[in-house]
Design a protein around this ligand. Structure first.
Ligand code: ADP
Ligand code: MG
Length: 373
């Protein structure tokens, strides 16, 4: 046989494909939560409440008061590449929402047990839907009830009337629970041994988004704990939130940063610690077009500006929000959207550094001036 020894190519099973894809997007509970928070913000929520058990490995729950999901969409909401946001490839250059790929809920549902409950405004009926690995029976019954729902992906929209709409849910329009994250990905599950570390990463994400979204109330707590670990209100300002989360020692030493550069165009907004303040670890909250991202290049550049002001081996506290034309920003370079690329990167970074330098210099002058008089 001529073919002997040549491996045969076969199509992977959907379950395998989905689980592999999910692993690229959801690395740990904090990634999942970031996607969920962004979904709540995309839905125009003003209240986002998070509950966590075992660092999110046992349970990650989010409730919001945004627009919710229509019952006829409940069937595909956890399918891959289903989205209410992006319609055409060209839309990518003008996206104003966090989401666009329709992959987050799908990914989470492929590596955990997801239950979604949604109630549209003015309806007193909430719909509950569980993601099940083997749904055929449920699917058949439900298909009779809701013929317009696509059941290809396993869901059980359960119309829950009054009893489910308990008091706590009356102001909640969307709730998602992800249980037993990575229960079917043993290597990943084993690597995430430390619930405390996972919880700290969750808090870090919530803190960042809470500070960047003054006007939205965020709450994050461990299941069973009465006192939340993060709690901001809709009426608190950015600085109120910084004070609440990072303490007065930072909040009292902040300089505001606000500049526009029409040539790029670029808008810089933020709060940065002054030359009197320094800590052991650089706290850097960076947002590009409202998305929490990491940029080693910007981080390094800012550190070097501060290096001339701060004692050796100490660091600043910096919250920076950059707004650019969406068509100059590529958010699709990293599966977790953790890094983004943008045009004129070097010039933009130099501009940011100048703005910070100028602010620190100014503040120094006024401080010296004040102490002299
Ligand atoms: P994407 O955000 O890229 O569209 P997701 O998988 O994160 O994809 O979400 C799929 C869809 O589910 C969204 O497009 C949105 O219509 C709906 N959705 C997700 N989360 C919420 C929420 N908290 N409130 C209302 N709708 C939501
Ligand atoms: Mg999303």
């Amino acid at each position: 046989n001529d073919n002997a020894g040549i491996p045969t190519i076969k199509r992977l099973d959907d379950v395998v494909v989905n689980r592999i894809a999910a692993g690229e997007i959801i690395h740990r509970p904090a990634n999942a939560l970031k996607e969920l928070i962004e979904n709540s913000l995309d839905a125009h929520s003003t209240s986002i409440q998070i509950s966590v058990k075992d660092g999110g490995l046992k349970l990650l729950q989010i409730q919001d008061n945004g627009h919710g999901v229509k019952v006829e969409d409940m069937g595909i909401v956890c399918e891959r590449f289903t989205t209410s946001k992006l319609r055409t490839f060209d839309d990518l250059s003008s996206m104003s929402t966090y989401g666009f790929r329709g992959e987050a809920l799908a990914s989470i549902s492929h590596v955990s047990h997801v239950t979604i409950t949604s109630k549209i405004k003015d309806s007193n009926c909430a719909y509950n839907q569980e993601h099940q690995q083997n749904p055929s029976l449920v699917q058949e019954t439900m298909a009779l009830k809701y013929p317009y729902v696509n059941y290809s992906h396993v869901l059980r929209p359960d119309p829950c009337t009054e009893p489910l709409v308990n008091k706590r849910l009356t102001k909640v329009y969307f709730q998602l629970q992800a249980e037993d994250l990575f229960y079917n990905v043993p290597t990943r599950r084993k690597a995430l041994k430390n619930p405390t570390e996972e919880y700290n990463r969750i808090l870090d994400i919530v803190n960042r988004y809470a500070i960047h979204n003054a006007g939205v109330s965020f709450t994050c707590r461990k299941v069973g704990s009465n006192t939340p670990d993060v709690h901001t209100t809709t009426s608190s300002t950015v600085v109120d939130n910084i004070r609440q989360i990072y303490g007065s020692s930072v909040a009292n030493e902040l300089l505001s940063l606000k500049q526009s550069f029409p040539i790029y165009p670029l808008k810089i907004n933020g709060w940065i610690s002054n030359a009197n303040y320094s800590v052991k670890k650089f706290a850097f909250l960076l947002f590009i077009n409202h998305r929490s991202v990491d940029s080693p290049a910007i981080r390094k550049a800012i550190e070097s500006v501060y290096a001339t002001y701060l004692p050796k081996n100490t660091h600043p506290w910096v919250y920076l929000s950059l707004e650019m034309d969406p068509k100059n920003v590529d958010v699709n370079v990293h599966p977790t959207k953790r890094e983004v690329h943008f045009m004129n990167e070097e010039e933009v970074i130099a501009t940011i550094c100048d703005a910070i330098q100028e602010r620190l210099g100014d503040a120094n002058v006024s401080r010296n001036f004040m102490t002299q008089t």
